[in-house]
Ligand binder design. Sequence first.
Ligand code: ATP
Ligand code: MG
Length: 462
Amino acid sequence: MKTLLKDRKSILVVDDEKGIRYGLVKLFGREGFDVFTSENYKDAVEIVSKKKIDIALLDIRLKGPQDGIELLKEIKKRDPGVIVFMVTGHGSIPNSVAAMQEGAADYILKPIDNNKLLTIIRKNLEIKTLRAENSFLKKALIKKVYSYDFITDNPAVKDVIKVADKIKNIAATVLITGESGVGKEVLARYIHFTSNRREANFVGINCAALSDSLLLSELFGHERGAFTGAVEQKIGKFELADYGTLFLDEVGDMSVDVQSKLLRVLEERSFERVGGTKKIFVDVRIIAATNRNITDLIKKGRFRQDLYYRLNVISCYLPPLRERTEDIPLLSDHFLKQYNRRYNKNVQGIESYLLDRLRSYHWPGNVRELQNMINQAVLLCEGDMITSLSFQDSGGTDLFDVVEASGQGKPLKEFLEEVVSHYEKQLIARVLSSNDHNRSKTARDLDITRKTLARKIDKYNL
Ligand SMILES: Nc1ncnc2c1ncn2[C@@H]1O[C@H](COP(=O)(O)OP(=O)(O)OP(=O)(O)O)[C@@H](O)[C@H]1O
Ligand SMILES: [Mg+2]
C-alpha cells in the first residue's frame, strides 16, 4: 500500500480564480503531485481526455454554461476511478451535497485550509488503494479455490480423490484417463495445488496440438542456433516445472518418436536442450492424461508399452458424467454460482422438469458440455429460474456417440442391446417428464403395461 501511495499522483484543479489555481499548484507541487489546471469546463474535459487524472478539485461555480457539477458528471463518466472534490463557498453547501450523490468524494469549504485539504486527499487515496487491494485479493482467492476444487459426490470419483490425496506428495507418475471433458485437467491441478509442490509451477502442455519438432523444443527447450529460427535460447517446460508438476495432456497422441525421447528422460531424470550437450537434471512430477484407450494403442503399435508402464504408476480413471448422475445437480449449482458472479446475475436455480432431463441426457461432452450449457442459460435467463436449456444433441442421441461411449470392438449383439437401452431410457424419461411422472398416462402413451413401465423405471433408475 505504501508503495502505491508513493507513486506520483496527478491532480486537476479547476477554478476560475487565478489566485486559487496559483496557490494550489504551489502546494501540490511541493507535495510531489503532478498538477494540471483549467479555468473552465471545456479545457478541463480536454485535459481529462488526454491525461490520467487521479484527483480532481472542482470549483462548484464556473464561468460559462456548464458548472462544476456537470464537470463532475462528465469526469466520472469518462473514468469512474477519479476521486473528485467539490470546492465551494458557504452559500453552495446544498449543491455540494447533491454533488456527493453524483459521486464526489467530499466537499471543501473556501477559504481553503491547506493542511485539511492534504489530509482529506491522503485519506481518500488510501481508501482507494485499500479497495483496489481488497478486490485484487478476493479475485486471487477465488482463482486459487477454483484451481483446486474438485466437485463430486460420486463414490467412484471420491475413491479417485482418495488415491490422489494419498499419493500427492510422492513423485510417482500419474496417468489420468477418461472421456473428453470429464475433468482430467481439474484433477491434475487438484493434485498439484494440494501437494507439497504447490509453491512451484504447474506447467501444462498439449501433446496433440504440436508437430514433433515443436513439441520437443517446447518440452526440452533449445539452444541458440539449434535450428533455423532458433535465434534465442529457450527454456523448456521440463525446466519450468522444476520442483513442480508437468502436465502432459493428450499423451496418447504423442508420436512414437517423441515417446522414446520422453521415456529416456523419465528413466534418467535428465535431458539436454535441443542442440545442446549439457545434461540438465530436474525434479519434476509428471501427470499425464489421455482420452484415448492406451491399451488399444499399444496393441496397434502406436504407444510404447514401456512408456505406458512408466506413466501409469498411479492410474486414475474418471468415469463419464452420464455414469455419475449425482454430480449433475452439484456441478450445475457450482456453475450457476460461477456464472451468476461472472455476469452479475442472481439466478436461483433450474426448474425441476429440466433436472430430470439433465439426469437422463447422455452428455457426449461431459462436464465441459454441462458447464457451457449453464453458462449460456444464465446469460440468457431473464427471470429467477432457468426455464430452458439448449441440449447440443437435442434430437436424441447420435449413434456414433453411443459407439464412442460404449467402446469399440464389442460383440455386435451386446452393442445393439446397449444402443436400444440407451434410446429406451431416453424415450421413457422424456414421456414421464412430459406427463409429470404420471405412470398410468405414460404407460398408455407408450402402449405398454404399467407393470412393464415400473420394471423399466427401476432398471434405468428413472
Ligand atoms: N469436478 C469438477 N469440478 C468443477 N469443474 C469441473 C469439474 N470437472 C470438470 N470441470 C470443468 O469442466 C471443464 C472440462 O474439464 P477438463 O478440462 O479438466 O476436462 P478434460 O478431461 O481435461 O477434457 P479433455 O479430454 O477434452 O481435455 C473445465 O472447464 C472444468 O473447469
Ligand atoms: Mg484436458
